[in-house]
Design a protein around this ligand. Structure first.
Ligand code: 44T
Length: 853
């Protein structure tokens, strides 16, 4: 605990004040004493109030009381958090930051709370500020890197590096301004680039708005650096909240915007443009039919939008990677039949109806998807939209659901409808986000969620519904016409139509399943359990579950032997008749079957950390169908007051036989606090007990990859369209990239794979935080990155790799600050550091050859 009794040194000013205002000084000193007393008594709330009073009345105490004040704040915040008083928690932080606006520790801690509550943009802003104040502050650095992707999303780099796109936008804007559009509003300005183009093209007045605080602040810096501050008025607000003349003096003649995502409408462009036409733009140029010959107005008196419109395309595809993430592909997991699980669905829905709990689509860069994809139909036009026609924009949400019939051209499983678009900047110029184009854009993916898949055949007709009810474009395959018969897809498919029906060798499971159906209401077909895509991919990871099953079986049988060899009367009861003897705790995050797999070993009571009720129900049903006694599966968090009790053993007499730690995140990073959890877990094991996994070995490889560079920072020395943007946005460069697919990453391998690091979870003393490795280049090139992955050793013999083909994990890569030129056979020295759970890697050419490992 910080030194709460430290006394301030009294300066002259304080003494004089004291003399001037004895009552105030009395209050300050008694409050300071109370604060310290409360702190001592662990009454943090009262201590905090006393400190606030003292530091507001007598700022001179700030320096000396800072440590105790922070400590009090953090303790009080923890308490507020645990009882759900979130508003109070943030109020306390705000009061604290008023007193200490430049305190990086408070900023970082507030960021952590914000992040926990889901305010990612704000959280990341706090970490960034903390890091700016103290660039070598490791906690803030780690937090910042983890969230920088939300703060300044990676596509900003891709966009600014996409010279073709930049030039096309610039030319379209220049043409519009030269043709008389004199007043311009850039909606969603990002770095400010389109607004600056308009100004440079000669527009008299340019306004810009930006919703994200971080991006707004960044845009302000960019405008200043380019001498545009004062020439472009930038507002930190959503365009929908803008009014004339409050925010801009009059309506503008041009709106420029690139608020489009892979699904075109996901950033709200429809709503923004409807609002802009009603409130911010001059009336549109009347069409020939509407205007008499004399009525054609000057461009400066009419309004228009860049982009002028878009055409959306779709195509049915077979894609094993999409299938793996959205549909359960296995009939058993770790030896347990999944039949009784009921329907498990990813949150990406495929219906024409809006549903808040569902995402309408996911995204994928098809040109880089692992395992590739196969088009099953020709591309078709799903929608055409004119952004200069407000009636059309308004009519979009009330448009009838449109049915489109597509001829199937290739045989394959219907896994998804893929969508991309052409953005028509003006009559002449357009950008495409198609899978074949040489652009960096992802496509929108509408996965087919019929449980068992459907094989399309050439000559079939696929019926697709296109709708736009809630201003999100939705596509859904509803039926297939084959030999004149219509087969409906959006119901659960029966085995007659499915490619390979999952047979059920377990009559018990059938019964449980039937029982589960009886318990729910008539709409039971709608009663599904939702799992994240990564959780579905995890269930489909056969090797992972099989390895766990073997490792657990081995451990339990070893423990049983040890148990039977125990002297009678030693206190251990070898009641092999049915009572559990072994206790297994699975602290995996999200949905996990590992507790159930442990319980299926017999004589095991397993504790699961699954929190969601529906997911717990699924596990209970599966336990029932696998003949696991109900009392052998407990839900750990149901019994928890707060998460501090995590990892504590269930009762005094029982120690854990195994604790399963979920050590690698899907994105390819080691889970935060893994090593802390492991040391806690080790203390809670019975003799002979295990932490799973026992060891993680990190492997990496030297590669040359331009793609990774383009995603990490604005490249090259050339200014972007003549503007100085790179140094500002590049502050948000992160040294570690996540969610990579190393198997499809465009790169040249410049070395063999090498062991970078070992994390021993069973032995704290074996761990180190820095390591130097020497790697020999196998060919000449520029090392730009070091992708890394993990071999997860469950025990001495059994391990799983996060790089394996069926892995639900992605990979991460450290991107070097400066590419490193190597010749073949050069030795490269890698310095690998592990701070908490964050790996950082730097590389140098080894000067002294011949002294290698
Ligand atoms: N699109 C690239 C860039 N915003 C993503 O806060 C284009 C992606 C792209 N601000 C396919 C094709 C392409 N008022 O910073 C963000 C966001 C802000 C607003 C004020 C509003 N109504 C909005 C709406 C969004 O605009 C910035 C850009 S939006 C994301 C654009 C070839 N996939």
């Amino acid at each position: 605990m910080p030194n709460a009794s430290a006394r301030p040194k009294h300066g002259r000013r304080t003494r004089r004040r004291r003399r001037e205002d004895p009552a105030r000084n009395e209050l300050v000193s008694s409050s300071l004493e109370s604060a310290q007393q409360c702190l001592f008594n662990q009454d943090y709330g009262t201590a905090f109030v006393h400190y606030l009073l003292v530091l507001n009345l007598a700022p001179v105490f700030k320096e000396v009381a800072k440590e105790s004040f922070r400590f009090t704040l953090f303790k009080w915040a923890e308490e507020l958090d645990s009882v759900g008083r979130i508003q109070d928690l943030f109020d306390c932080y705000e009061q604290a930051l008023e007193l200490f606006p430049a305190d990086e520790v408070i900023l970082n801690s507030m960021g952590e709370h914000l992040f926990k509550m889901g305010f990612r943009d704000e959280a990341a802003g706090h970490f960034h500020k903390a890091l700016k104040l103290r660039p070598d502050y490791p906690e803030a650095r780690e937090n910042f890197y983890r969230v920088a992707n939300w703060l300044v999303e990676r596509w900003h780099f891709l966009m600014l590096n996409d010279h073709g796109r930049n030039r096309k936008y610039q030319q379209a804007i220049q043409k519009a301004v030269e043709s008389g559009c004199n007043t311009v509003l850039d909606i969603g300005t990002g770095t400010g680039i389109l607004g600056m183009c308009a100004k440079k093209a000669g527009a008299a007045e340019v306004y810009a708005c930006e919703l994200s605080k971080t991006m707004y602040e960044l845009a302000c810096e960019v405008l200043t650096a380019n001498g545009m501050d004062g020439r472009i008025k930038i507002l930190h607000m959503k365009s929908l909240d803008m009014e004339v003349p409050k925010d801009i003096p009059q309506r503008v003649s041009l709106v420029v915007t690139e608020t489009v995502d892979a699904g075109l409408f996901g950033e709200g462009i429809i709503e923004s443009l409807i609002h802009a036409w009603h409130h911010l733009l001059l009336p549109p140029q009347a069409t020939q039919a509407q205007s008499g010959e004399n009525e054609v107005r000057e461009p400066s008196a009419t309004g228009r939008v860049i982009p002028a419109g878009a055409t959306v395309f779709g195509m049915a595809v077979e894609c094993p990677e999409i299938r793996r993430n959205h549909r359960l592909r296995v009939s058993e997991v770790g030896g347990l039949s999944m039949t009784a699980a009921g329907e498990l669905r990813s949150p990406v829905s495929c219906t024409s109806l809006p549903d808040d709990s569902m995402e309408p689509y996911t995204t994928e860069r098809l040109s880089r998807v692992p395992g590739g994809y196969k088009p099953l139909t020709e591309p078709f036009t799903a929608l055409n939209i004119d952004f200069n026609n407000v009636q059309e924009l308004e009519g979009l949400t009330s448009r009838e659901v449109q049915q489109i019939r597509l001829l199937v051209t290739q045989e394959g499983q219907l896994d998804a409808l893929a969508v991309w678009f052409q953005l028509h900047l003006d009559e002449e110029s357009s950008l495409s986000t198609g899978p074949q184009e040489d652009t960096c854009w992802e496509q929108a993916i509408y996965p087919d969620h019929s449980t068992k898949g459907f094989v399309l055949k050439p000559g079939d007709e696929l019926i697709v519904e296109v709708s736009c009810r809630d201003a999100f474009l939705r596509l859904c395959s509803v039926a297939v016409v084959r030999d004149g018969h219509e087969i409906h897809l959006n119901k659960r498919l029966d085995s007659q139509h499915s490619g390979s029906p999952v047979s059920n060798p377990n009559p018990e499971a059938e019964l449980c399943s039937a029982l589960a159906c009886l318990q729910t209401d008539q709409n039971q077909t709608k009663d599904f359990c939702m799992l994240e895509c990564s959780e579905i991919a995890l269930l489909n990871n056969h090797d992972y579950h099989q390895s766990f099953r073997s490792a657990l079986a081995k451990l339990i049988s070893q423990l049983k032997v040890a148990c039977q060899n125990e002297e009678p009367g030693s206190g251990v009861q070898s009641d092999l008749a049915g009572r559990p003897l072994f206790y297994v705790l699975d602290v995996s995050e999200g949905f996990s079957m590992l507790s159930l797999i442990a319980a299926s070993q017999g004589h095991v009571k397993a504790y699961s950390s699954v929190e969601k009720k529906k997911q717990q129900e699924v596990l209970k049903r599966l336990a029932c169908s696998s003949n696991i006694p109900e009392e052998h599966l407990e839900f750990w968090l149901n019994h928890m007051e707060d998460e501090h009790g995590m990892l504590q053993r269930p009762s005094r007499e029982k120690l854990w036989s195994a604790i399963i730690l979920d050590c690698v995140e899907t994105c390819g990073l080691i889970r935060q606090k893994l090593m802390e959890k492991a040391s806690l877990a080790r203390c809670l094991l019975e003799e002979g007990g295990r932490v799973f996994p026992e060891k993680i070995v990190v492997y990496g490889m030297l590669v040359e990859s331009d793609t990774l560079l383009l995603e990490s920072a604005v490249q090259g020395q050339e200014p972007t369209l003549g503007f100085n943007i790179a140094p500002f946005i590049n502050q948000f460069t992160v040294p570690v990239h996540v969610f990579l697919d190393f198997s499809t990453l465009e790169c040249r391998h410049l070395s063999e794979s090498v062991e970078l690091f070992v994390l021993d979870l069973m032995n704290a003393n074996a761990n180190y935080t820095n390591r130097e490795i020497k790697v020999q280049a196998t060919s000449a090139g520029r090392i730009t990155a070091i992708p890394f992955w993990y071999q997860i050793h469950l025990d001495q013999d059994i391990s799983v790799s996060t790089l394996s083909q069926n892995s639900h994990w992605k990979q991460a890569a450290a991107v070097l600050q400066q590419p490193l030129e190597v010749r073949a056979r050069d030795w490269v020295r890698l310095a690998v550091k592990l701070h908490k759970s964050t790996i950082s890697i730097t590389a140098h050419i080894e000067d002294v050859p011949g002294q290698m490992e």
